[in-house]
Every structure is written in structure tokens, then in C-alpha cells.
Design a protein around this ligand. Structure first.
Ligand code: SF4
Ligand code: SF4
Length: 395
């Protein structure tokens, strides 16, 4: 057997009350190709996120070439030699095939800005080495004769804000709910390729959440806009989360200890959540919010269980909403959509009969991490004998 390259021991990850990975152990040896397979929601993407340092583990260790990776930042892990590709193509559209491969090599250079800016001999030598390595990799993949061709363009329509931020322009991203992701995060599979929705979305949400030029304002709403193109002033109301985002580690203990429940908006009303909650396990930011309308402390002045069990001291019942003002040059409105309420169309019996559900409720049911663990069931938990699907209700 070859030398152990990657060793994962007793790895665990919990998001609130949901245990995504439970005591996982395996090793990958030199020259071995290991596949991780499983249904949507099995924890494959979470495992990659842990190994590449995107999420901290809740327990366990993982080592690469004998070095402990726990606590390392993603760029440090990448420098050690762990690279990741995503289910969706993430190419630089304006670069050719060779340049796209060379970008990966720059993570392993020793030169700084000064050497690069003045193109000193050491830097030129490193660039030659990166180029030769990239050509070698293209040869291995039998792509050498395509090195000068333009790389495939990405579909960029839904990445507009990220694009602007990548151009070194500061972006304020204002989101009404406690997490970015929108309805896409509620979907199970997406048309036409039947890709897993969260597999496409999670890496993009993580990029937005950690982007140095994006100031993410979740649980916030635009109050007022004045000015003109190139010179707007925007008033933004930041609602109180009652959790200090700077102190919160996202451990989720508060949610497991909270004794009070309410209808879960993310599950479109077919599941419940706690009074302190993150909307879904991959939420960005991974900071819970207290729903004051269903919290015992705000209703009766009792409980405070979340505060008692939060070792980070992040619960802040005194937190107040505040209005901030920002100056911006341009505004992009991405209003999204709301599902049509079919209860106004009495002939379909939505709201009257238990087992008439909407498309979004069906999506949550068919999702392995949804309230029915991916099973299509009636309200009493039994499987339906037959299902009728009605399209275009409300058009
Ligand atoms: S508020 Fe405290 S207990 Fe809750 S997730 Fe944050 S750090 Fe953990
Ligand atoms: S104080 Fe409110 S949010 Fe905290 S545990 Fe009690 S009911 Fe839940």
C-alpha cells in the first residue's frame, strides 16, 4: 500500500441541529483515486468544504502529507497542494486554456508584488517554471494542442455583483432575509441539467460572503434612495439579529438548546425551526437570528437558554436596529420573486385540503435535507397512491 497522503479521522460537522457529517474516517494513499458518492444532502460538498478550509469542522482531524489542516485558511491549504474544482465550470473567460492552468500555479510562487511588478529575473524564472508545469499538465490531459484557444465562457448573468467586485469596485449587497441564496437555495434540482441546486449555489455564496470588496448586509432593507446615476445616497435599515456576528462562531448550540419553535419559512411552512435559527445549513453568513415574535424572552422575559449555552457570548438581547447611509455610483435591483398564493383559486382547494401543495413545498419535500428527508408523503406521513401535477397556476 502507498504512503498515506490525506488522512481524515472522526470528522464531524453540524449546522445547528443538523449533523451533516458524523464521525467520518478514511485515508487516501499515494497514487490512489478515491470517489465519494451519495445522494443530495449526504454531506459530500460539506466534506470538500471542510478539507479545503471553507468551513471549520465541529470535531475530528484531517491531515495532508502528515500536516494537520485543522484551523488553516483555504489559501494555506491550497499552497500545501490541495486543489479543488467545482461542479460548475469556473474558468477565466478572457484567458486562453494555457493561461487558465497557469493561474493555479501562481499560488505556489515565492515572489512578491515588487518582483512581479519589475519582472525581476527570479520572477521570470518562476513564470517559466509555471508555464512548463502547465504545459505538462495539458499534455497529460491531451489538451496541449488547444493551449492557445480561448477558454469556455461562463454563464455570468447571475454573477453580476461578483463580477463588479472582481473589478475592484466595492459593492454593498443588501438582502432582506438573514441569508443570501434566495429561492434557489430552496430548490432540489435545477432544469435542464438536473444539477443539485445547493452544489451550484454554495460555492458562489461562500465567494460572496468572503469577498474583500463585498460588504454583505443581510437582514437589512433599503429605506430610501436619493441622488442620481453616479452619485446615489442610500439609507439601509439593518434589523437587529440579537446575535453579535463578530463574536458568533456559527456553532449552532443555541439552536439545539432553544425550546421554542415556529413555522419554518425556508421549508415553505411544512417544517418548523427554532426561535433562534439560521434559515438553512449553508446560510451565508452562518450567524443565527432571534425571531422576537416567537422568542420567550421577548414575549415573557423568561428563558435565555441560548444566552446561557453560548460560550462565545454572542447573544445580545439589547441589540437595536440601525439605519446606515452609503454613497454609491450605481444600483442593481434584483427583486427576485414571490410564489403565487394559490389559495385565491378556490377550485384547486389549496389551504382547504391538506395535501394540495405548491411547487416550492414540493421542492422542499423532494430535497434530502428537507423536512421529509426527500420523501413525497401526505400530511399524515403516508405515501400518496397517486399524484397530480398542475402547471402554470396563476398565469
Ligand atoms: S450565537 Fe453562540 S451558540 Fe449560537 S451559533 Fe453563535 S456562537 Fe454558537
Ligand atoms: S431566549 Fe428565545 S431564542 Fe433564546 S433559547 Fe429562549 S426562546 Fe430561544
Amino acid at each position: 500500500m502507498g504512503k498515506e497522503v490525506l488522512k481524515v479521522q472522526d470528522l464531524q460537522k453540524s449546522f445547528g441541529g443538523l449533523r451533516a457529517i458524523d464521525a467520518l474516517s478514511f485515508a487516501v494513499t499515494d497514487g490512489q483515486i478515491k470517489s465519494i458518492i451519495g445522494p443530495n444532502g449526504a454531506g459530500k460538498t460539506t466534506l470538500f468544504n471542510l478539507i479545503t478550509g471553507i468551513f471549520p469542522p465541529s470535531g475530528g482531524t484531517f491531515q495532508f502529507a502528515g500536516k494537520n489542516l485543522n484551523g488553516l485558511k483555504p489559501h494555506d491549504i491550497a499552497r500545501l497542494g490541495i486543489s479543488r474544482t467545482f461542479q460548475n465550470l469556473e474558468l477565466f473567460p478572457n484567458m486562453n486554456v494555457l493561461e487558465n492552468v497557469m493561474v493555479g500555479g501562481h499560488n505556489h510562487t515565492c515572489g512578491g508584488i515588487f518582483q512581479a511588478g519589475f519582472r525581476l529575473p527570479g520572477m521570470r524564472k518562476e513564470e517559466r517554471r509555471i508555464r512548463e508545469n502547465a504545459l505538462e499538465e495539458l499534455r497529460f490531459m491531451e489538451l496541449e494542442n488547444k493551449a492557445a484557444m480561448g477558454a469556455t465562457s461562463l454563464p455570468l448573468g447571475d454573477q453580476k455583483l461578483l463580477e463588479i467586485a472582481d473589478a475592484d469596485k466595492k459593492v454593498y449587497l443588501v438582502e432582506r432575509t438573514p441569508s443570501i441564496g434566495g429561492h434557489m437555495a430552496q430548490l432540489d434540482k435545477t432544469f435542464p441539467t438536473l444539477d443539485c441546486s445547493s452544489c451550484i449555489l454554495t460555492p458562489k455564496m461562500t465567494l460572496v460572503g468572503s469577498h474583500p470588496y463585498i460588504d454583505l448586509m443581510t437582514y437589512s432593507e433599503v429605506e430610501e434612495i436619493s441622488g442620481y446615476i453616479g452619485n446615489f445616497t442610500v439609507k439601509i435599515r439593518k434589523k437587529a439579529r440579537y446575535v453579535d456576528a463578530a463574536k458568533c462562531t456559527g456553532c449552532g448550540i443555541c439552536q439545539t438548546k432553544c425550546p421554542f419553535k415556529a413555522d419554518n419559512e425556508f421549508e415553505a411552512g411544512i417544517g418548523q425551526r427554532k426561535a433562534i435559527y439560521t434559515p438553512f445549513p449553508q446560510a451565508v453568513p452562518n450567524v443565527p437570528v432571534i425571531d422576537a415574535e416567537n422568542c420567550a424572552f421577548f414575549l415573557k422575559g423568561t428563558c435565555r437558554a441560548c444566552e446561557k449555552f453560548c460560550d462565545a457570548g454572542a447573544i445580545d438581547f439589547e441589540q437595536k436596529e440601525k439605519v446606515v447611509e452609503v454613497d454609491v455610483g450605481n444600483i442593481i435591483v434584483a427583486s427576485g420573486f414571490d410564489s403565487f398564493d394559490p389559495s385565491v383559486m378556490l377550485q384547486f382547494g389549496y389551504g382547504k385540503y391538506d395535501n394540495v401543495i405548491t411547487g416550492i413545498q414540493f421542492e422542499r419535500m423532494s430535497n434530502a435535507s428537507g423536512p421529509t428527508d426527500g420523501k413525497i408523503v401526505l400530511k399524515d406521513g403516508s405515501p400518496p397512491h397517486s399524484v397530480a401535477i398542475l402547471h402554470c397556476i396563476g398565469r
